[in-house]
Design a protein around this ligand. Sequence first.
Ligand SMILES: [Zn+2]
Length: 111
Amino acid sequence: MYCPKCRTEYLEDVKECVDCHVLLVDDLPEETPLEKIKWVALPVLPGKVYADMVEEVLSNMDIPHFTKSDWATSAYNISSSNLVGTKITIFVPEDYHDEATQILNEILGKK
Ligand SMILES: [Zn+2]
């Protein structure tokens, strides 16, 4: 028997999870991916400075995001933060695309 909530395995005669107080099930359902987010790319930023500013605003607004730089060194985990001209793309979930694009444009001074 398994708890459908915390996925703990119990003996056959146990009916309820001691932690979650939910009824146990015989089989766990297929593990669903935690994040089914569709990520979309924002317009490319001309440098880390802008990326940092955008990221700060996104963080403040609780908008999930991740960045990707086109600099090959990032693949080797070497910081490229001091390199001028690194192009950085920020990805946000599709739902936040419009909002994030607006933020980005404001930071870049475009209206
Ligand atoms: Zn449980």
